[in-house]
Write a protein that binds this ligand. Sequence first.
Ligand SMILES: O=c1[nH]c(=O)c2nc[nH]c2[nH]1
Length: 472
Amino acid sequence: MATPPKNKLFFGSFVHSKTLAELEYLHSTAIAVDATGKIVAVEPGHATAAAAAEALLPKLGWAAGDVDTVATKSDSHFFFPGFIDTHLHASQYPNVGIFGNSTLLDWLNTYTFPLEASLADPAKARKVYTRVIRKTLAHGTTTAAYYATVDVSSTNLLADLCLAAGQRALVGRVCMDQLSPAYYRDESPAAALASTLASIAHIESIDPSASLVRPVLTPRFAPSCSAPLLKGLGALAADRPDLPIQTHISENKNEIALVKELFPPSSTGAPDDSYSSVYDAFGLLTERTILAHGVHLSEVEAELIAKRGAKVSHCPCSNSAITSGAARVRWLIEKGVTCGLGTDMSGGYSPSVLEAARHAALVSRHVAMGGDDKAKLTVEEVLYLATRGGADVVGLGGRVGAFEVGMEWDAQLVGLGTVDAEGGAVEEEDGNVDVFGWETWEERIAKWVYNGDDRNTRKVWVKGRLVHERKG
Ligand SMILES: O=c1[nH]c(=O)c2nc[nH]c2[nH]1
């Protein structure tokens, strides 16, 4: 029989984003998490875990025997909010790193559609989805906005597996009824909508209160959806204002030209021929919409996106790998657009949001080298995008992404390697980050962002439940 969840007391150093520009460092702090996974107290100023327990437990009415305590081992260990991957294709995971010299439209046809279609085989889908969930959890991703495939049963399986593994997820059945090979597309707009409803019904049946897993409307991107399909999805989005929406926008110049050709304003009633106006004309540009990429948006489009409250998932690894371009994140933020980070596997080559964060920092420097010096993103800013910003993008702002009373405990325990007086490793030799002891906390975090990986992610919790523990 499964043991019932217990109250927990976490003790040590906690680091999280206070604002876009500022990380908050809470040392000698205790965070109490109740059996439902909610943070009920954040109390700095205790010398030890035992002292924190003595002070806190009576106030919370918790008996010592009902509480599990997790304390950090040393100064190079800290708790950090779980990462939020605002855009990834679970179905493309076997292809990470496999993109050759392709760009978006030929990459889709050469690498992506054949793999996605092959996951209609349930055994293969189970193998791929089990692995991608395990791998992203091991990298500290506590929430993932997943695209599955066109196939309903394997999409539903992805949701089942997320729930079983304890990963928070948005799971979308991919809608696409045109411009892909006949072996991989919805048969008609009506069939696409029926399959979407079937998948929504399943996901809502396994997690009726959306405690972890939620369905998300997923028109792949404008070129692969006919006008009747986009119209139907817009109507469904209006009927179901609780459902998030995810799609791609303005990733690649040939894609944008294709959208202009397929959706002239005369066919949509839009005021212009921009990509954003196409989604807007069909009621799909909303405050619940996650737009992946947004590399080549115009001023007017950024203003429209901000006005509608739609969000952008910045996918720097993918934008570099398949040569889409360098998105101007500072510019988007200054326009009032909420942004988060996406690994975008397998356009992106890495399952790690930490890798996406460091790549976001590097791409912003390329934008700066193009003449806009203030484009550079700081360590604090990319970590905000990876956590709090991401939570806003996927509609979970205020619920996850930071350590505040009332939020849920989605967190990772990060350990950096410690070096002794002779320069030898003191503990946990594995990993790329060496802490000598003289670094400030800001410097430790910067070393983690630029050199860290899953070896530093020792433990991961979602909604208070331990969902990953690094062995060895
Ligand atoms: O990076 C991307 N990955 C995809 O699978 C996709 N489909 C449309 N546009 C896309 N872009």
